[in-house]
Design a protein. Structure first.
Length: 204
């Protein structure tokens, strides 16, 4: 087994010689295509002799492109004035996703961050950390919002009754309800003195 990195360095081996050289060439191409690759080679006796190998034959090489998970983090004052900055920070990391999904994520980010800005530290002020985890392999984006404000689980409340006419509904709770409906996953946890709200959305 051999790993080839973006800077051209490698670790491990698949026997050296022409096959390993070809593997490194394919790896360089895969950094652009982001696609895995299967190739077959036949080593004749002359090839074996030149490479110093004991035996020849057919060789099949499976080259896997590890896309991994990228993470970005923004540490920012939790103020309403910074809402657009947070939305822009998240959207810049969504890549080429459908406009409808991008708009849904924008709505969720705005709702969650403005709630932190309004209520987490009231009547004082504080900061928030926003993290974006982009899993290219599964086309899923995970966004975490962390603050050190008063402990509050927005998911602990029952969903609002949306059956009455708008003017007759009980006020409050619609924003979180909307986020829960447009995201694939919404989770809350308390870590020490921090609130952490995590949302996930599939990008395809």
């Amino acid at each position: 087994m051999m790993a080839v990195f973006g800077d051209g360095d490698s670790a491990g081996t698949i026997g050296g010689g022409a096959v390993e050289f070809e593997a490194q060439k394919q790896a360089a191409l895969m950094f652009n295509s982001k696609q895995s690759h299967i190739a077959s080679y036949t080593l004749a006796k002359s090839d074996v002799a030149d490479l110093g190998m004991i035996c020849g034959g057919d060789v099949t090489m499976l080259a896997l492109c590890y896309k991994g998970i990228s993470e970005s983090e923004l540490f920012i004052e939790a103020t309403l004035e910074n809402t657009d900055t947070v939305i822009e920070f998240v959207c810049e990391r969504l890549g080429d996703c459908p406009q409808k999904i991008r708009h849904q994520i924008e709505i969720a980010v705005e709702e969650i961050f403005t709630n932190i800005a309004r209520y987490a530290y009231h009547p004082s002020s504080g900061s928030a950390t926003v993290r974006v985890f982009a899993d290219d392999a599964d086309d899923i984006v995970t966004i975490e919002f962390e603050d050190s404000g008063v402990a509050y689980d927005p998911l602990s409340k029952d969903d609002p009754d949306v059956s009455p006419a708008a003017g007759k509904r009980t006020a409050g709770g619609l924003g979180v309800f909307m986020v829960k409906n447009i995201m694939d996953s919404v989770e809350y946890r308390r870590e020490g003195n921090k609130n952490v709200l995590r949302i996930q959305k599939r990008l395809n």
